[in-house]
Write a protein that binds this ligand. Structure first.
Ligand SMILES: Nc1ncnc2c1ncn2[C@@H]1O[C@H](COP(=O)(O)OP(=O)(O)O)[C@@H](O)[C@H]1O
Ligand SMILES: [Mg+2]
Length: 245
């Protein structure tokens, strides 16, 4: 579904990704691991097409189509979606209005979906608030996943669903994501995704198919996500550079 080929990306003229190659097939969920500041978020932003993350070489393919030169909106229309690590605040628009806009953009008239998703993520009480304004870490994260649920992208990217979230809320977020990936097919395709995890907690909820370690601007290691995470927990990331998995 998503094929990333030798991607090099600069942020503020600095080369952050130096040849990332990655393939996520239809129906698969992959997790991305790596120390702080290696470019995990940059990879998601570059796949989404967020301005400021410049692809200087390499290609991106989505369902066989070259999307390297498409803008963010066009990529979103093809079915790529993202839940950001930090929710960007949108002043003057309530979370409910944002939810309605998302549903309408996707041709959904049934607004009960909005309230269901809000209940599921315990953000019903946030619907009347301005999007992301003054939200706590956990509230922002739940509201971000709430918006992703309404979009229901074919390919969902989630940046550190556990960050800033306490254990109870990790369960809420984890179950919502699990359901998102297991939901009915769209356009005869099964959903896929790429999830960044720092703590590994989310692995208890997601049926992740593969894990990848990003270091020095590249994927240095791929394999069973639980085994990878356990190795990193016990041996540290530097072992990944030596390991020939
Ligand atoms: N908007 C930005 N402006 C300047 N530098 C950035 C920006 N976004 C990311 N970077 C830099 O790019 C590198 C990778 O960051 P990031 O992708 O956020 O890493 P990770 O998500 O793995 O922690 C870091 O050195 C970071 O400082
Ligand atoms: Mg990050």
């Amino acid at each position: 579904m998503l094929h990333v080929e030798n991607l090099k990306v600069t942020v503020e003229d600095r080369l952050v990704l130096d040849g990332v190659t990655l393939e996520v097939r239809e129906g698969e969920v992959h997790v991305l691991l790596g120390p702080n500041g290696v470019g995990k978020t940059t990879l998601l932003m570059a796949i989404m097409g967020v301005p400021g993350y410049r692809i200087v070489s390499g290609r991106l393919f989505f369902n066989g189509e070259d999307i390297t030169n498409l803008d963010m909106e066009e990529r979103a229309k093809k079915g790529i979606g993202i839940a950001f690590q930090k929710m960007p605040p949108v002043r003057g628009i309530s979370l409910r209005t944002m939810g309605e806009i998302i549903l309408r953009t996707h041709g959904v008239d049934d607004l009960s979906l909005l309230e269901n998703a809000a209940h599921r993520l315990d953000c019903f009480y946030l619907l009347s608030r301005e999007v992301g304004v003054g939200f706590s870490g956990g509230e922002a994260k739940r509201a971000e996943i709430f918006q992703l649920l309404l979009q229901r992208p074919l390919f969902s990217m989630v940046d550190e669903p556990e960050s800033g979230v306490d254990l109870d809320n990790i369960a809420l977020v984890g179950k919502a994501l699990k359901e998102l990936f297991e939901r009915e097919q769209v356009r005869t395709k099964r959903r896929s995704g790429l999830v960044i995890t720092h703590t590994g907690y989310i692995l208890d909820y997601l049926n992740a198919d593969q894990g990848h370690v990003l270091m020095n601007g590249r994927i240095v290691c791929s394999g069973n996500p639980r085994d990878l995470f356990e190795d990193i927990r016990t041996k540290g990331y530097n072992e990944c550079l030596r390991c020939e998995r």
